[in-house]
Design a protein around this ligand. Structure first.
Ligand SMILES: Nc1ncnc2c1ncn2[C@@H]1O[C@H](COP(=O)(O)OP(=O)(O)OP(=O)(O)O)[C@@H](O)[C@H]1O
Ligand SMILES: [Mg+2]
Length: 368
C-alpha cells in the first residue's frame, strides 16, 4: 500500500497543509523542533488510531484551535482514504473510505504501518509493558479480533481487581471469583495463543535480519515468557491450564488484591549470542536488534495479509553507521518509507533523485 497524499488541519504546529508523496522514500528534513516527527505522527494515527508519543489526543490539536483533522489518501489497496477528526470536547470521528466507524478499534488493519523511533530502544531496556505493547500493536494490525479480545481482557482484569479488594474485606464473596476467572481465561488464552504464534514466526525472521546486519556475527533469540506454565500451546490447553493455575493462586490474589498471572504480566526475553541483551548488549547491538524486530514485522505483515505496510523511521538514520544504513534501506526496498532527519545531505543512501525531499520549517513544508 502507498500513502500518496495527506492533508492536515490544525494538527500540532500545522495549520493547513496538503502534500503528495512518492512510492519510494520520502524524506522530511529540517532543524530540531520544526514538525518532522509531527508529520510522521499524523500518518501513524491513521494506522493505530492513537499517537506513539502521547496517550492524550488533545495534545495533537494545535494550541490555538478547537479541533484537528487528518486526511490520508491511499493507493494500491482496498483502503483508499482515511479521515480522523478530534476536538476539544474529546469527540473523535474516524472514517475509512468515507464510512464513519462506530468504534475506533475498527480502524485496525486499514493502514498497515511499522514505526521505528528512538523510544523503541526502550522495548529492550524498559520494563515488560513496552514489550507487551509492541506485541499488541503488531498483532492487532494483523488481526482486529485480537485487539477486541485484548480490550475485553483488560476490562475484565480491572473489574476483577476491584472484586479482589472487596473479597479481602468480605471473604464470603469469594465464589464470584470463579466466574471472573472463567471469563478472563476465555479471553486471556486467545491472547496468549496468538502471541505465541506471532513470536514463533517473528523470532526466525528477526534472527535472520539481525544476522544479516551484523554480518553473521550475532545470533538473536527471542522467547515468549509466560506467567502460566504451559506444556502445549493450543488455545484449549492454555485455557484449561489457565483456570487451574488461577484456582491454585486464588488465595494469593486475594491477599495481594491484584490479578497476578496472564497476558498482562507476560514478557518477551531477548538473548544475543546466549547473553541477556538487556543486561549485556551494547547500544549498537540493541539498536540492531530492535531494527531487526521491525523488519521482521514488515515481513510478517506481507506474508499474512498479502499487503505491503508503510515504514516510518524517526531519527533512525543518524544513529546508524553507513553499513547498517545501507543494509536497512536495501532490506526495505519496495516498502514505501518516510524518514525524518536533520540534513539528508549527510546520507549517501538517500541521494536518489527518485526520492522526495521535503524541507520542514516551523510547520511549513516545501518540496525540494
Ligand atoms: N499542539 C500543538 N500546537 C502547536 N504546536 C505544537 C503542538 N504540539 C507540538 N507543537 C510544536 O511542534 C514542534 C515540535 O515538532 P516535532 O516534534 O515534529 O519536531 P521535529 O522536527 O521532529 O524536531 P526534532 O528534530 O527535535 O525531533 C515544537 O515546536 C512544538 O512546540
Ligand atoms: Mg523529531
Amino acid at each position: 500500500m502507498i500513502v500518496d497524499s495527506i492533508r492536515l488541519e490544525n494538527f500540532r504546529n500545522y495549520k493547513d497543509i496538503e502534500l503528495n508523496f512518492c512510492d519510494g522514500i520520502n524524506i522530511f528534513q529540517g532543524l530540531n523542533g520544526q514538525g518532522k516527527t509531527n508529520l510522521l505522527e499524523s500518518i501513524y494515527i491513521c494506522s493505530v488510531g492513537k499517537s506513539f508519543r502521547t496517550s492524550k489526543d488533545i495534545e495533537m490539536i494545535n494550541h490555538e484551535k478547537e479541533y484537528f483533522t487528518v486526511n490520508v489518501g491511499i493507493k494500491n489497496d482496498a483502503t483508499d482514504k482515511i479521515f480522523i477528526r478530534y476536538d476539544r470536547q474529546k469527540q473523535k470521528a474516524i472514517a475509512v473510505n468515507g464510512i464513519f466507524l462506530r468504534k475506533s478499534g475498527q480502524l485496525m488493519g486499514a493502514l498497515l504501518c511499522v514505526l521505528f523511533c528512538p523510544e523503541d530502544l526502550l522495548i529492550l531496556s524498559d520494563g515488560p509493558s513496552r514489550r507487551r505493547r509492541f506485541l499488541d500493536i503488531a498483532i492487532s494490525q494483523l488481526n482486529p479480533l485480537y485487539y477486541y479480545n485484548l480490550q475485553q481482557y483488560t476490562k475484565l482484569t480491572a473489574q476483577k481487581n476491584v472484586q479482589l479488594k472487596q473479597i479481602k474485606k468480605n471473604p464470603k464473596q469469594k465464589d464470584v471469583l470463579f466466574v471472573w476467572n472463567e471469563q478472563i481465561a476465555e479471553y486471556g488464552s486467545k491472547i496468549i495463543a496468538e502471541r505465541i504464534k506471532f513470536i514463533d514466526v517473528l523470532k526466525d525472521l528477526a534472527n535472520e535480519s539481525h544476522a544479516y546486519i551484523s554480518e553473521y556475527k550475532e545470533q538473536l533469540v527471542l522467547e515468549y515468557e509466560n506467567t502460566i506454565e504451559l506444556n502445549e500451546y493450543d488455545e484449549r490447553h492454555i485455557k484449561e491450564t489457565y483456570i487451574k493455575t488461577l484456582e491454585k493462586i486464588m488465595q494469593r490474589e486475594i491477599e495481594r488484591e491484584v490479578s497476578l498471572i496472564g497476558p498482562h504480566r507476560d514478557d518477551i526475553s531477548f538473548r544475543l549470542n546466549d547473553l541477556e541483551l538487556k543486561k549485556y548488549g551494547s547500544q549498537g547491538q540493541k539498536r540492531t536488534a530492535v531494527l531487526s524486530l521491525k523488519i521482521a514485522e514488515i515481513e510478517i505483515m506481507k506474508k499474512n495479509t498479502g499487503r505491503i505496510p508503510i515504514l516510518l523511521l524517526d531519527d533512525v538514520m543518524s544513529e546508524l553507521d553507513k553499513k547498517r544504513q545501507e543494509a536497512l534501506l536495501s532490506y526495505v526496498k519496495g516498502v514505501q518509507t518516510f524518514i525524518t532527519c536533520v540534513d539528508s545531505e549527510s546520507f549517501d543512501q538517500l541521494k536518489d533523485t527518485q526520492n522526495y525531499i521535503f524541507n520542514i520549517s516551523d510547520g511549513a513544508v516545501s518540496k525540494l
